[in-house]
Write a new protein. Structure first.
Lengths: 741, 189, 365
């Protein structure tokens, strides 16, 4: 009781302090800044299933955030940055007559001492995050995340630049019963640039201690990279080469209960879409293209793949890795995500996703490995952990589809049902029991990549493109090299006709044998009129490996025409034939036709038709034929600057299944766009013939800019969904007051 | 809602609406026989805007529209210019009573219209922009120089419709025509 | 089966025809000097450039003369005209006064003068050109017998896939001159674009007397915009429309100009009744038309719409009052509802449409 009173008193004091600070005349210039945020939401929802069973839910949520940040310069080259964040998240929920309440209180003090200039600088810092949970009046042990860090940077002119980063992170609960681990890291980087030569050295020390498991894994690595790029002989020859050598030593001491995590570094990230209207209809036969953003190491920045709820038929998102080594063992994937609203994805929504893992040796035929559902995010990190039985593969991918809005469970307080969920990063691991690994291991890996491009003739433009790629890993690793020799030609025959062609021989030596391939492609581009363009592309690959041959050929024709000003047409189509070394043959056809009409500036009409068909035969499996057709018509009308009307109709037909129709109607009105009081009204209706799904969403909202730094957002949302399996309706009122100084 | 709240609310709404009403924009001399006026001259208008041609443009539209009503004959601007030159009016946009009488005699006008262009061009509010015009006219009886009719009008700008639905894209010419028509309507009402 | 010889002859003939077809189109050989006896012909004055920019007036004149000659018009040789112009120190080519007209007839035998103005000449895409020509007799009192305007733009008719777009200025110019020549020789009069005026844009004090022919002097309009020559252009469009109506005898602007200069009549702010009185007497006219141009803009770009804003006033001699007036402003996109149907691409065409609509509905027969 005393504790509660003390908390309330502290809370009141904090509010008073902020109130004083928010007065403009009392703000102390640029040394002190901060913000407060009060977020209240109320939710009410009713559900009724097909059997007539009904349920009701009512909830309130109140979130308070207070942040203070002090920037103080003691000397020109010495400054202090100290901050404190206090956050309280309280929820009261009544579901079918039973009440529940929960709260999470977070406090995060941090302090950093910064010294030096851009040329020579150093910093010291400390932060401690404390989270206190309470559910139904019962307090759970507090969780702590404590971080010490120090850094040093030196960038002398004309000499190598040096950076050093030391970090210690302790993660534990108040009683040190559920978690008690620490992670010490030291990173030293040296970079040096001389003309066209880049030299880098990276030293990394990582020591992970799990005191509860009695596991201690320390890793020490040295990585050196040299890159060279240059052009010679009147820029006719260009050369790019990079060499990377890395030695990683791991020492493990364990009581035998823990798991050692070995992160796998992929050669490249991959992605593709599969589904009706896409180039690849099913994940089993999709060829994924390179997608570096997925493996760029940035855990916060969107890679552009959205898994948020979207109405209508949606293509499945395929994203994965190319490990190069066909015997790479994987048993765990971490999928990092970020929501568009910056909030953590609620568990109730996270559980709706279905994740399917596939493996492949050729990026043409994929075999399912595992399907998992009901996953939630890691308690401390915005990531899904997908575990499956270990597989040895060169390619690995995860397939998931964006949620249908009807799949988003109602009744989530403080989280909007409409959001984007961006994939930011994927990581693959080979997790093995600590007891099964060597106590000490040492891995030496090398990678050499060299590209040479020579312009042989100017007209027609003829190029030689050669590359050599070598990668090796010792001991118990592999050595692989790939040599590619290609001839490329480009020629413009006349004003409207141009073409290019490429033929290459690729040879690679892998642990399992020699792989040889002929790769060829040709492209013919015609623009008989500025408004008309046609492209014909042919590409193919013939590969032999371990005495077996495989191949793929594809022909694609694409045409665009601006028939008249405001009348645009596009038509494309193609076929692809591929065969795998296992004897499977896949034939795929697709055609796409689209019309875009823009009779006036405020009116736009789109109509698209697509047809996809694929047939897989051979390899001892029964013939599989899949064909889909999709028709879409969409209309957008903007009669006034602030009023936007949309309507769309889709018909999806898949072989062996009844056709499904989707209808969507929407209106958005945002009057007073420039005032301090802004209003927004949105209404949308989605109809799907499958299960007679119908959803209506009404969202009026208000934004009041009380002062330039104080804003109040209020919104109401009413969502009604019905289908043959039941009905759901929910109303949400939320208000957010933000103020900063 | 309790019924006792209704009368105060209605009173407040009425007061608010009354507050929104602008001042009367027309003056008509009750003793003037407007039917006796057949020929009027429109003097050059005073220009209080940054657009140098605003007054001439408005005068041109006003001349055409007033003539098009068929109710009054408007002396051509060239003849008015001759009258001004002949009498030697130093400031034609604000003639004295004496000058008025003289010029009316020269060009044979029953009455003279003077006016002011107070606003002409684009106005901005936040990121919204719209054309706006504000005019005032006076009809002066030539014998006494007395103002027998006065009206002002404002058109365009960023109104409630623009704020609700966007807009502000109406051309300046259209707004000028609407404002002039509004002024003429007030003359004949 | 044809014999071997006849087959080869056929092939040879086809080849000859093919080669002939591939040869560049040669213009029919014609020069002004080769026209021979020009007695009773037409003198084509050098073109007056009212476009506000540069225009190849010499080439345009030669091409117009060539086209007219091909259609049977007898043209006064250029050299003969140049000699006449030098002799009489004739520099103003936007009109002709009575004395010059008579001298021309007397000294060269020309029975008419073709006076042409370049209203618009732009070469960036879409290339645009607008020309106005009037044929004036060299009688004692010069009389306008025919007047035509043509305004073309490279994007007048884009057609399917934009095949109708014309990117080369030369093509647009050639086409405009061809159409002008056809119209002047009576083969194909130029259509006038349809423009809807505002309901209260035109004032008519009383209808003109039916069946009566009126003599009209059109004074240059006052250009209050930025064009520089819009006043002259608008006056030309009124002259053309009044001539087209048939009931008006429009006094040649060269004569009007000469009298204005001779009597030092300077109109700073429109025509006064005193000036009008003088002009009525000098020119023996029943009506005087004058006006103001506020906007006359041809904006550059394929999607740009022209803008025209003017007012006009018709003074009557008998009543000494304005009997007709009009004032309106239009853009080339006013009638467009879907795509570009109803679009007018040049200010010249838009002005011609506005003038036609105003005159036709109130002053026409």
């Amino acid at each position: 009781m005393f504790k509660g009173a003390a908390l309330r008193l502290a809370n009141a004091c904090l509010v008073c302090l902020f109130w004083c600070l928010l007065q403009p005349q009392r703000a102390s210039a640029d040394l002190l800044n901060g913000y407060l945020e009060w977020d209240y939401s109320h939710l009410q929802s009713q559900t009724r299933d097909a059997t007539g069973t009904s349920g009701a839910q009512k909830g309130d949520g109140l979130t308070q955030k207070y942040s203070l940040m002090l920037n103080k310069s003691f000397l020109p080259l010495l400054s202090l940055r100290a901050g404190y964040l206090w956050e309280s998240d309280r929820n009261w929920l009544t579901a079918n007559g039973s009440e529940a309440r929960s709260s999470i209180t977070t406090s995060l003090p941090s302090v950093d001492l910064l010294m030096g200039s851009p040329m020579l600088n150093a910093s010291l810092g400390y932060s401690k995050r404390k989270e206190s949970d309470s559910t139904a009046g019962t307090s759970l042990p507090d969780r702590y995340n404590e971080e010490y860090h120090a850094s040093l940077g030196w960038r002398p002119e004309g000499l190598p630049a040096v950076s050093l980063l030391l970090t210690r992170i302790n993660t534990f609960d108040g009683l040190r019963q559920l978690e008690d681990s620490s992670n010490d890291r030291a990173t030293l980087g040296i970079t040096y640039n001389v003309k066209n030569l880049d030299l880098k050295y990276l030293f990394n020390y990582n020591d992970q201690k799990d005191r509860l498991l009695g596991l201690d894994v320390s890793q020490l690595s040295h990585t050196g990279t040299a890159s060279y790029s240059g052009q010679f002989f009147d820029e006719r020859v260009s050369l790019y080469s990079t060499y990377n050598v890395s030695e990683q030593g791991t020492a493990t001491s364990s009581s035998g209960r823990g798991m050692v995590d070995q992160q796998l570094l992929p050669f490249s990230g991959l992605a593709a879409l599969t589904g009706p209207g896409q180039q690849y209809v099913v994940p089993e036969t999709a060829t994924l293209g390179s997608y570096p953003l997925l493996v760029d190491g940035n855990l916060d920045k969107s890679a552009g793949i959205d898994l948020g709820p979207q109405p209508g038929p949606q293509a499945k998102r395929n994203f994965g890795f190319d490990f190069q080594n066909p015997q790479t063992t994987v048993n765990r994937v971490l999928l990092w995500v970020a929501t568009s609203n910056g909030q953590r994805l609620p568990d109730a929504i996270a559980r709706q996703y279905t994740w399917t893992v596939y493996q492949s040796q050729d990026n043409l035929a994929w075999a399912p490995v595992s399907t998992v559902t009901g996953l939630t995010l890691d308690p401390f990190q915005n990531r899904f952990e997908i575990k499956f039985a270990p597989v040895a593969t060169r390619y690995l991918k995860v397939v998931a589809a964006p949620l249908d809005p009807a799949q988003v469970p109602p009744g989530i307080i403080g989280f909007p049902p409409s959001f984007n969920l961006f994939v930011t990063e994927i990581q693959a691991f080979d997790e093995v029991p600590a007891a099964s690994v060597q106590k000490n291991s040492n891995v030496l890996s090398q990678m050499l990549n060299t590209d040479v491009k020579v312009r042989l003739t100017d007209s027609p433009a003829l190029y030689y493109d050669g590359s050599f790629f070598l990668t090796s890993s010792l001991p118990n690793g592999f050595t692989k090299w790939t040599v590619s020799n290609a001839l490329m030609a480009e020629h413009r025959f006349n004003d409207w006709l141009s073409g290019s062609a490429r033929g290459a021989r690729e040879d690679s030596e892998e642990p399992k044998g020699h792989r040889g391939a002929f790769v060829y492609s040709a492209l013919l581009r015609m623009t008989p009129l500025p408004t008309l363009s046609d492209t014909i592309t042919y590409s193919g690959r013939r590969e032999s490996f371990q005495g077996k041959t495989s191949g793929a050929d594809a022909l694609f024709i694409s045409n665009t025409a601006e028939l008249y000003q405001g009348v645009n047409l596009n038509a494309s189509g193609g076929l692809s034939l591929s065969s795998t070394d296992s004897g499977a043959r896949i034939r795929a056809y697709n055609a796409l036709f689209g019309v875009n009409l823009k009779p006036r500036g405020d009116l736009s009409l789109n109509a698209n038709y697509s047809w996809n068909s694929s047939l897989a035969t051979g390899a001892g499996i029964s013939d599989t034929s899949i064909s889909t057709q999709r028709e879409d018509i969409g209309l957008t009308y903007r009669p006034f600057t602030t009023l936007y009307l949309t309507s769309s109709f889709s018909l999806l037909q898949q072989s062996g299944q009844a056709g499904t129709t989707f209808q969507n109607y929407g209106i958005n009105w945002s009057p007073f766009p420039d005032g301090t009081l802004q209003f927004n009204f949105a209404y949308s209706e989605n109809l799907a013939s499958l299960n007679q799904q119908k959803s209506k969403m009404l969202t009026p909202g208000l934004t009041w800019k009380i002062t330039p730094r104080t804003t109040l957002d209020a919104s109401y949302q009413r969502l009604n969904t019905s289908s043959s399996s039941g009905t759901e309706s929910s109303q949400t009122i939320s208000a957010v007051l933000r103020s900063s100084f | 809602m309790p019924k006792r709240w209704i009368p105060p609310i209605i009173t407040l709404v009425l007061l608010a609406l009354a507050g929104c009403a602008g001042p009367a924009e027309v003056y008509r001399d009750a003793n003037m026989d407007f039917g006796a006026l057949h020929t009027v001259a429109i003097m050059p208008l005073a220009n209080l805007t940054r657009e140098t041609s605003a007054a001439e443009r408005v005068r041109d539209v006003f001349t055409t529209k007033l003539l098009a009503t068929g109710a009054l004959y408007v002396i051509p601007p060239g003849e008015v210019a001759r009258g001004i030159s002949r009498v030697g009016i130093s400031n034609p946009v604000a003639p004295s009573t004496e000058e008025l009488t003289k010029v009316a005699g020269v060009i044979k006008a029953d009455a003279v219209i003077t006016g002011t262009v107070k606003e002409y061009g684009e106005v901005r509010s936040g990121s919204s922009a719209a054309n706006s015009i504000s005019l005032s006219f006076q009809l002066l009886e030539t014998q006494t120089g007395k103002v027998v009719w006065s009206a002002s009008t404002t058109m365009g700008g960023i109104g409630i419709t623009d704020r609700l639905f966007g807009g502000g894209g109406e051309p300046m010419n259209d707004i000028t025509e609407r404002a002039v028509n509004d002024a003429i309507k007030k003359l004949f009402q | 089966m044809p014999s071997r010889n006849s087959f080869s002859s056929l092939v040879a003939l086809l080849l000859v025809l093919l080669v002939a077809g591939c040869a560049p189109l040669r213009r029919a050989a014609w020069t002004g000097d080769e026209a021979g006896n020009a007695e009773g012909g037409v003198a084509i004055l050098p073109l007056q450039n009212l476009s506000g920019g540069t225009a190849p007036v010499t080439e345009l004149r030669q091409e117009l003369a060539r086209r007219l000659a091909l259609r049977g018009m007898k043209i006064l040789p250029e050299a003969q005209l140049e000699q006449f112009m030098a002799r009489h120190r004739l520099r103003y080519v936007g009109g002709i006064d009575a004395a010059t007209a008579q001298a021309l007839r007397r000294e060269t035998g020309a029975r008419g003068v073709l006076i042409t103005e370049v209203e618009l000449y732009r070469t960036p895409f879409p290339p645009r050109v607008a020309l106005t020509s009037r044929l004036v007799t060299t009688e004692e009192t010069p009389r306008i017998v025919h007047m035509e305007s043509v305004a073309l733009s490279g994007n007048d008719a884009p057609g399917l896939l934009g095949v109708g777009l014309v990117r080369r200025p030369q093509e647009v110019t050639d086409r405009a001159i061809q159409l002008l020549a056809e119209a002047l020789t009576g083969e194909k009069p130029q259509p006038i674009p349809r423009v809807s005026l505002g309901s209260d844009s035109v004032y008519l004090a009383r209808p003109l007397e039916p069946g009566r022919s009126y003599r009209v002097a059109v004074l240059p309009f006052f250009d209050k915009g930025n064009h520089g020559y819009a006043g002259e252009i608008l006056a030309l469009h009124f002259i053309g429309e009044l001539v087209r109506q048939g009931r008006f005898q429009v006094i040649e602007p060269g004569t009007v100009r000469e009298d204005l200069l001779r009597y030092r009549i300077i109109m700073e702010d429109g025509v006064s009744l005193a000036d009008a009185e003088l002009l009525f007497g000098m020119l023996s006219t029943d009506l005087i038309l004058t006006g103001e141009v506020n906007d006359f803009e041809d904006l550059q770009g394929a999607q740009a719409a022209p803008k025209v804003d003017f007012s006009a006033l018709l003074l009557e001699r008998s009543s000494r009052r304005a009997v007709w007036s009009m004032g309106d402003h239009r853009t080339g996109m006013d009638r467009v509802r879907f795509f570009d149907i109803g679009r007018i691409v040049t200010a010249s065409a838009l002005a011609a449409g506005m003038v036609h609509q105003a005159v036709e509905e109130s002053l026409g027969r």
